[in-house]
Design a protein around this ligand. Structure first.
Ligand SMILES: *[C@@H]1O[C@H](CO)[C@@H](O)[C@H](O)[C@H]1NC(C)=O
Ligand SMILES: *[C@@H]1O[C@H](CO)[C@@H](O)[C@H](O)[C@H]1NC(C)=O
Ligand SMILES: *[C@@H]1O[C@H](CO)[C@@H](O)[C@H](O)[C@H]1NC(C)=O
Length: 467
């Protein structure tokens, strides 16, 4: 998840030697003081009884949604949420609104975790400068009084679990479980973001609440049971500002203007937790890299870089003359001559998807040396994490039913949205065609709901952080 945020923090503040200990997570690993974005839970085979129960429930719900006409909302819809690219592709956030009356918040989109949380008024000095959620002014706030604690590889957040009315991209979900955070590792968030929207599957949720997207997909609120993401590239734009237009999150449909050709769907081979698909081949400069068999890759908008086993990383850089393992705070990464244009491709059994050379270079160190985007994540599970460096190159679809990840080639229209200088940073787009469902319950009700939220509030955050 906030690997990218953490990174932006490191880079921007030049805290190059800053070290954060590996957390007491179920799975964790540390490469020379730089922790790897492992998630809390083990592989699907480690699912406990609760998780298996959740999957059984998901399967039942989706069958009901498909076959029981009376259970699904009579009116379905689609929605869009315009994203912001923060710190030269380090992180992508969107907006949602919480409470009654609703107040908007910026949250990182993270397809690598499953909790929605925002900082609350009870948060101490670690939240200074962060817009916080105030439960005392919301009539729809309900406290479950259950403690919340989530541990990511690069930090922690804790607070309590509540339910609220959450609006996003024109949808309202009543009684949606989420967490109000009152403590977190310092540097975890910075203005204007107030929290994180987990877009992976329920079994990964620390709150044990069904994620917002899954509530919408399983209730049949969407025209199609999927969401899709287009992410912009500003990393190689020397005029780029810290906040730039970041692309879009499409909910309930795919926008045919943003891709060409067909969408290649890769079915998820295990019970869904992460958005995890089999990776079948990788090439560097046209040369095939031995990656082994039964390789799983997590498709993770919340990670800026690409994690892979260390032997694979070594093989990748063997194709790049004068590259070498980086040291010190960059241990786990490699450096290479910036003058080398490196093209990497990925295949999931069908089409081959190329990553732009601009995305291979993560940052520069010294005058001629660049740090590549690949980092060693041997001990994580899945061992491959395909983050934004790759995802900027494709239109990515996250399909609920049947569970799959889809990739399509970006259209000229989408490509033209990269690196536009002077472009206005999008304001919150909550949408106008609002469909509403009730979370955490088998029954779903559809109603019309007001679609307008505190956009001016968001504007002021954006302006503040641009100054
Ligand atoms: C919600 O419950 C938790 C746990 O009892 C408590 O610490 C917190 O203050 C409560 N929040 C509000 C707004 O009442
Ligand atoms: C699809 O994407 C294009 C390009 O960003 C945008 O102009 C258009 O409004 C989008 N269409 C819908 C239905 O969202
Ligand atoms: C940035 O990288 C993309 C992809 O390689 C390329 O098409 C574009 O021209 C580059 N932009 C600049 C300003 O170099």
């Amino acid at each position: 998840m906030t690997w990218n945020v953490f990174f932006a923090y490191l880079v921007l503040l030049s805290l190059i030697s800053h070290t954060r200990g590996a957390p007491a997570a179920d799975v964790s690993s540390s490469v020379a003081g730089r922790t790897i974005p492992l998630r809390r839970r083990g592989p699907p085979s480690d699912l406990d009884v609760y998780q298996r129960g959740q999957i059984a429930k998901y399967q039942r719900d989706s069958v009901l949604a498909r076959y029981s006409g009376g259970q699904r909302p009579s009116r379905r819809s689609t929605g869009d949420n315009l994203l912001v690219d923060q710190s030269y592709d380090s992180g992508y956030y969107g907006s949602l609104a919480i409470g009654t009356p609703s107040v908007s918040f910026d949250v990182f989109l993270d397809t690598g975790s499953s909790d929605l949380w925002v900082a609350g008024t009870s948060c101490g000095s670690v939240c200074n400068g962060i817009p916080v959620y105030d439960p005392s002014i919301s009539s729809s706030f309900k406290n479950t009084s259950q403690p919340f604690h989530v541990t990511y590889a690069q930090g922690e957040a804790s607070g309590y679990i509540a339910t609220e009315t959450i609006e996003m991209a024109g949808f309202s979900v009543f009684n949606q479980g989420f967490a109000v955070v009152n403590d977190m590792s310092s540097g975890f968030l910075s203005t204007p973001t107030s929290g994180l929207l987990g877009l992976a599957w329920e079994p990964l949720a620390s709150t044990q609440e069904m994620p917002l997207w899954q509530t919408l997909a399983s209730s049949g609120a969407w025209d199609f049971p999927l969401f899709a993401v287009q992410l912009t590239r500003y990393t190689n734009d020397t005029q780029a500002q810290p906040l730039e237009p970041g692309g879009v999150l499409n909910m309930g449909y795919t926008n045919g203007s943003l891709f060409t050709g067909s969408i290649e769907y890769i079915d998820m081979t295990s019970q869904p937790t992460f958005w995890q698909v089999p990776l079948t081949s990788v090439t560097v400069q046209g040369v095939s890299i031995p990656i082994g068999t039964n390789v799983a890759a997590a498709i993770d908008t919340g990670t800026s870089n690409i994690g892979a086993p260390s032997d694979v990383i070594k093989a990748i850089y063997e194709q790049i003359p004068n590259s070498k393992a980086a040291s010190g705070s960059w241990a786990g990464y490699y450096q290479f001559p910036c003058s080398t244009s490196v093209t990497v491709t990925f295949s999931f059994g069908g089409s081959t998807w190329a990553m732009a050379p601009a995305d291979f270079s993560y940052t520069t160190i010294g005058s001629q040396q660049c740090i590549g985007t690949f980092f060693e994540s041997s001990q994580s599970n899945p061992s491959w994490i395909l983050g934004d460096s790759f995802l900027k190159n494709v239109y990515t679809v996250f399909r609920y039913d049947p569970p799959a990840v889809g990739f399509a080639a970006l259209s000229e229209v989408a490509i033209a949205e990269n690196g536009i200088n002077g472009a206005a940073v999008p304001s919150a787009t909550i949408g106008s065609a609002t469909a509403a469902v009730t979370g955490n319950a088998a029954s779903t009700t559809l109603q019309f709901a007001p679609a307008w939220i505190g956009l001016s509030l968001l504007f002021s955050f954006l302006h503040t952080s641009l100054v």
